[in-house]
Write a protein that binds this ligand. Structure first.
Ligand SMILES: *Cc1c(COP(=O)(O)O)cnc(C)c1O
Length: 391
């Protein structure tokens, strides 16, 4: 039997989360952001759940190739654009739309030999100070692009630094609007946080400033995978989001310990009284953060309890005091949905690890087997059938 740890991808939850984002965006078209191998979920594994999107946005050319290999014929956007001239050949071949954020990328387009003009998203640096043309240089970049025979339609794009926090998006929207108000082309501004928190109804647009962001295309990533971009201000369920991934393992041992006994490396946890400890087949080599302190929530058989002591490479120890029934083989949910339907938000575990849900998803280790929920159920049904045959 393989080591009892498994990540499960929930296709129906992805579908639900996409619908939630779409609804919040007032039916703007939706790029499903699937960079970083779909935030660690696997592009091939999320494709079924997210194929209702209007396009896929990513960074790596090989990921674009994988989306085309899945049979996707709709739009694909390279969020950082091309990295060198010959990438443009692949853009032509795979019909990729690409971001243009710097002069070097315009130079490459000018040098690209093609008779198929390309769709580009011209990126403004409206305050994030990472990628994009400064506002005062944006229009000249547009004019230069617009004069190139290699360029077809130009869309207008920017990215928010504070959509999830108190500063919000108003200042950046104002910069963007003041520079682009009379330029033609579709607009794409919002990531998940801006889509959920700051979308405005186009029917109300022009009703005054400060109503929010009106986009032709939104670019949600994290929300599609079921994490709240503004946790702890909101939890995923507040936005109608469901976990896209569950990380679960089994209990492989238990220990009865007495008062003042310690657990794990460094003896960092000392029992205040007699305790029952469970040992779970998941450690930092699986992507469960070592920094998670005593008290990080876990579900055992769908019931909430906590970790105790240090996370080690292959194991983590949990408090079974509230769970007299639990034992060898009990299901332990590190994040996501338990068999009884209980949910442990990845955002809660991430907060204990002083990080965000993004990093936990992306950090799932390659040694952890991953299945689709629908496959897992088939595997279970198959095993159950085999078992009953053997009886
Ligand atoms: C990653 C990314 C997104 C998605 O961000 P989330 O916070 O995951 O929704 C949107 N736009 C750009 C340019 C990105 O790089």
């Amino acid at each position: 039997m393989p080591r009892p740890i498994l990540a499960t991808i929930h296709t129906q939850a992805l579908r639900n989360n996409l619908a939630q984002a779409r609804q919040r965006a007032f039916d703007a078209r939706v790029w499903a952001v699937v960079k970083a191998n779909a935030y660690g979920h696997g592009i091939e594994r999320v494709f079924e759940g997210l194929r209702g999107a209007d396009g896929f946005a990513l960074l790596d050319l090989n990921e674009a190739q994988r989306v085309r290999d899945l049979g996707w014929r709709g739009p694909i956007l390279l969020l950082e654009g091309v990295f060198e001239l010959r990438d443009l050949e692949l853009c032509s071949r795979l019909d990729l739309w690409h971001t243009v954020h710097c002069d070097a990328q315009i130079d490459m387009l000018a040098a690209h030999k093609t008779n198929l003009p390309q769709r580009v998203f011209l990126k403004m640096n409206s305050g994030m100070n990472r990628l994009g043309f400064a506002p005062e240089r944006y229009r000249s970049a547009w004019t230069r692009l617009n004069a190139l025979p290699q360029v077809d339609e130009i869309s207008l794009m920017t990215h928010f630094s504070d959509a999830d926090g108190p500063a919000g998006v108003a200042a950046q929207v104002e910069v963007f609007d003041s520079v682009t108000h009379d330029l033609p082309g579709e607009r794409s501004l919002s990531n998940s946080a801006a889509t959920l928190r700051h979308s405005a109804d186009p029917a109300q647009a022009g009703a005054g400033s400060g109503v929010g962001v009106v986009s032709d295309w939104v670019r949600p990533g994290i929300a599609l995978y079921g994490s709240a971009p503004d946790f702890p201000g909101h939890r995923a369920a507040d936005w109608g989001l469901q976990p896209g991934m569950t990380l679960a393992a089994k209990m492989i041992a238990t220990q009865s310990i007495s008062t003042r006994a310690s657990v794990g490396y460094g003896s960092s946890f000392v029992a205040p009284g007699p305790m029952q400890i469970g040992v779970v087949a998941c450690g930092y080599a699986d992507g469960y953060p070592r920094i998670c302190p005593t008290g990080t929530p876990v579900l055992v058989d769908g019931v909430r309890t906590r970790t105790v002591g240090r996370v080690s490479m292959d194991m983590v120890t949990v408090d079974l005091t509230p769970l007299p029934q639990a034992g060898l083989g009990s299901e332990v949910t590190l994040w996501g949905r338990a068999a009884n339907g209980a949910v442990l938000d990845i955002d809660e575990v991430a907060a204990c690890a002083q990080t965000v849900g993004y990093e936990l998803m992306c950090g799932l280790a390659s040694r952890v087997p991953v299945v689709l929920e629908e496959q897992r159920d088939t595997v279970h049904a198959h095993n159950a059938r085999e078992k009953s045959k053997n009886l």
